[in-house]
Design a protein around this ligand. Structure first.
Ligand SMILES: [Zn+2]
Length: 450
């Protein structure tokens, strides 16, 4: 007798779709069964032909806790993620106080967040100017990856020069770790920004001009060359432009151990929305042209881009103010709750298989971030994490549906078809009918597998 059976589902793995049921024993997938199974279970959910995906993994979020809970806190953020079908997040080390750059801070963050988590979570470690001697201990703690900025970022989270990147990659190679980069060239961005601000040119157009595609391309090419030389696995965060994706594709052909992600906002928005609607559409790298955004889809389809992540980066409403110009306003888009519905709609609109979503939002992030022995597959023995998507529900994203602390997002007003209706974490229903029914503290820390 199983604990739970979800029957009559359209099961979507990374490779194929088929009609079937999944059975759960404890926290694990017990079996895959026919759609009309008569096996017994303590509870049964009739999916009524809804799509059943493995629980999604968002490998790039900034939940801002501890330290900036007025932007977001782990409780709100993990509930929003759960409503969006996400059962695991990998949280960034910055926009934390202090930033996660050593073992003591790792354990402190874990202690502070564990009672607040509604879904499972893992941590990125930081790689900044003065913590290269802490990378080994962070790896021992179980960080999935190390985040560095090549672009200017903030005073407490320093950007790396290429000398330190190279040294850091040598250390990370020792334990076959993963180094992830925000790729925009420091020199180009800081020169452009300083010059523009000095001249009082701080409009939306000025912001876009200060962060050209070539800055992203130069940084990515440099990381490719360093990875080629040293052999360390590297991951390119938030690819915004097809020229960048093309460089990554070439590097993959040449055997460089590189993976890459993009975000829903680069796929569905462009400079037009930023110029017309303003700071809710501000992010870095910035939104690109309509043509670029459309071409980026080619690299989703051909597998160059390994995964889709939200880069959920919330802020207080006043931080989006444009009164001091567009450079001062907060850069970051809140999207962890809406990634799946937006991507489901867009994939369906293109007539593509939803298996792309299982691949890019579950299996691939599990593999890249070292949690693939438990997560990312619909296979007996794996964690019983699922999301059910009703492909027929039409929606428009509204402020009051968002579970974020600050209910603001570029995605408000976006319309589509196909909505997550039930999320299951390790065999427990945690959301149903757009309501969180899971409990705070049910989410568990995941450490990178050896
Ligand atoms: Zn980010």
């Amino acid at each position: 007798m199983f604990d739970l059976i979800i029957k009559n589902a359209n099961i979507v793995t990374a490779e194929r779709m088929f009609s079937g049921s999944v059975a759960v024993s404890g926290e694990k997938i017990g079996a895959l069964l026919p759609a009309d199974t008569t096996e017994l279970a303590h509870s049964v959910i009739d999916a009524d032909h809804a799509f059943l995906f493995p629980g999604l993994i968002d490998a790039h979020v900034h939940f801002n806790d501890p330290g900036f809970e007025w932007r977001e806190d782990f409780s709100h953020a993990t509930q929003a993620a759960a409503l969006g079908g996400i059962t695991t997040v990998v949280d960034m080390p910055l926009q934390n106080e202090p930033a996660l750059t050593d073992q003591t801070i790792f354990e402190r963050k874990h202690q502070l967040l564990k009672k607040k988590a509604y879904i499972d979570y893992a941590f990125w470690g930081g790689m900044i100017n003065d913590n290269l001697d802490k990378l080994r201990e962070l790896n021992e703690c179980g960080v999935t990856s190390f985040k560095s900025f090549l672009a200017p970022v903030s005073n407490d989270y320093t950007s790396l020069d290429y000398g330190r990147v190279r040294k850091g990659l040598e250390i990370i190679k020792e334990f076959n770790g993963l180094a992830g980069f925000h790729c925009e060239d420091f020199g180009i961005i800081s020169y452009n920004e300083t010059t523009a601000v000095r001249k009082g040119k701080t409009s939306r157009e000025d912001y876009l001009q200060a962060r050209p595609v070539v800055a992203e391309l130069i940084a990515v090419q440099s990381i490719i060359e360093l990875s080629r030389e040293i052999g360390t696995r590297v991951h390119i965060c938030h690819v915004s432009h097809p020229l960048v994706a093309e460089a990554i594709k070439r590097a993959k052909y040449e055997g460089v151990p590189i993976t890459a992600e993009t975000c829903p906002h680069y796929l569905v928005f462009n400079t037009k929305q930023f110029l017309e609607k303003g700071m809710y559409f501000k992010c870095a790298p910035p939104l690109r042209s309509k043509e670029a955004s459309e071409s980026l889809w080619d690299y989703v389809k051909d597998g160059t881009l390994d995964l889709i992540a939200s880069d959920h980066s919330p802020c207080a409403p006043k931080e989006k103010s444009e009164t001091e110009g567009s450079f001062k306003a907060w850069g970051g888009i809140s999207g962890v709750q809406t990634s799946l519905q937006v991507m489901f709609h867009e994939i369906k609109k293109r007539g593509w298989s939803p298996t792309i979503l299982s691949r890019m939002m579950s299996r691939n992030p599990a593999e890249v971030f070292g949690i693939s022995k438990r997560k990312g597959e619909l296979t007996p023995g794996y964690d019983a994490d699922f999301v059910l998507v009703d492909p027929k529900i039409e929606w428009e994203i509204k402020e009051d549906q968002l579970a974020y602390l600050n209910k603001q997002s570029a995605f408000i007003g976006y319309k589509g078809v196909g909505l997550p209706i039930c999320t299951i974490l390790r065999g427990q229903v945690i959301t149903e009918n757009r309501t969180v029914v899971g409990k705070s503290g049910e989410g568990k820390l995941l450490r990178r597998e050896r």
